[in-house]
Design a binder for this molecule. Sequence first.
Ligand code: GLU
Length: 484
Amino acid sequence: MSKTRTRFAPSPTGYMHIGNLRTALYAYLIAKKDNGDFILRIEDTDKARQVDGAIDIIYKTLADCGLKHDEGPDVGGNYGPYVQSERMRSGIYKEYAFKLVEMGKAHVCFCSEADIESQKEVTEAQVGSYIYRDPCKNLSKEEVEKRIAAGEEYVIRQNIDPTGTTSFVDEVYGTITVENASLDEMVLLKSDGFPTYNFANVIDDHMMEITDVVRGNEYLSSTPKYNLLYEALGFNIPRYIHCPPVMKDENHKLSKRNGDASFQDLIAKGYLPEAILNYIALLGWSPAEEREIYSVEELCKAFDVKRINTSGAIFDIEKLKWMNGVYLRDMDFDKYFKLLEPRIAKCVDSKYDYQAIAHILKDRVVLLNDVDEMVDFFNEVKEYDNSLYINKKSKTNEEISLKSLQYAYETLEKLDDFSHDAIYNSLAAKAQEVGMKNGTLMYPIRVALTGKLSTPGGATELGAIFGKEETLRRIREGIDHLKK
Ligand code: GLU
């Protein structure tokens, strides 16, 4: 059996759509599960959609996600070039298109857009649907040659015999059979000489010896037409794996064009590539075991195309957020600290111990972008209201809080060792001495230190980070605040 070869074939649109990234992931997993090759091919034949720097976004996304391609424009390989516009320059698409014309499987068409539109209007009005019936199919070979030689613009269209049916097997959707009469004779080569996606994908997948074609299910309806081309050219038909759409809600696909998040948008919001990848693996595929957290290596082992679903999966940002939190909590501290340090440094004075701050954030950060807001009190306490001192669970009100802060001040003023444990032990002893619950003594300290209702770390952990002088200063300010 030949080596499994899959490809990811994005168009350089300037962003990485979540559905496309999932296609890349599935293609990668299918190849790697079999020790096969994962190939990157850039499909840039639609010049209108070209954006500067778009290819770099594709490289960066794959690298950030750890989906390393074995062949591609940047890494080379034996089946290059890997960019369709470069492939075009060698003339292969035109050559194959005219080969099909020779075989009677395609024809040269000189119709203008206006000709096509007017036929469309009439036919749609008559029968409700429309398939272009091309008068150029009846042109003689001599006439075609004459008109081409005269410099007339032309496209090449597929010929489809309207009798009978075409069937193909998709690993996800099963056997699909369509009436040939329902298939439109699509353009293979455009008037600018570029192939259409519909044509180039067949030629390239064949030439690159792709064994498994993984793509979105929007291509299911065109696949019979591709198969007619494979058959006409005597190419082996690949295994098809069409993936269900990623949905925004029951009725709408997730779409960057409608403002939905791309991979880059999610990264900019503080999501981790590994969490995004793990989450999207489960959008449209269900593992055999009851489990949700998978690294890419684990996915390679667990992935099975038979368990790809046929119906669309709704992209649930809350679920992704939860998963992101799991990844941050489970992350090895050094790696986690590397991610957090620049964010802490942006908001917090360098006199504080960033590692200690990262520690108190460890189990609480869900999104990297939350860090700014979580550490904003280190440099200064913002305006707050004394009502923050009222807390039912800690049994505090403004009056009791004032007492607590006074006790805390007295206690901590005498303390030399300002480690977390020493602070805690001395305050706990004080609470016992004065007959207060620990919470009643400590809750107001946290409010005085931060001016916030909820913060990472409690009074004692924060006190240790602030140090004696700053802790006492903030408690003093808290006392003054309560006296106002
Ligand atoms: N260039 C196509 C797209 O971006 C690729 C489809 C395919 O994988 O064949 O949708």
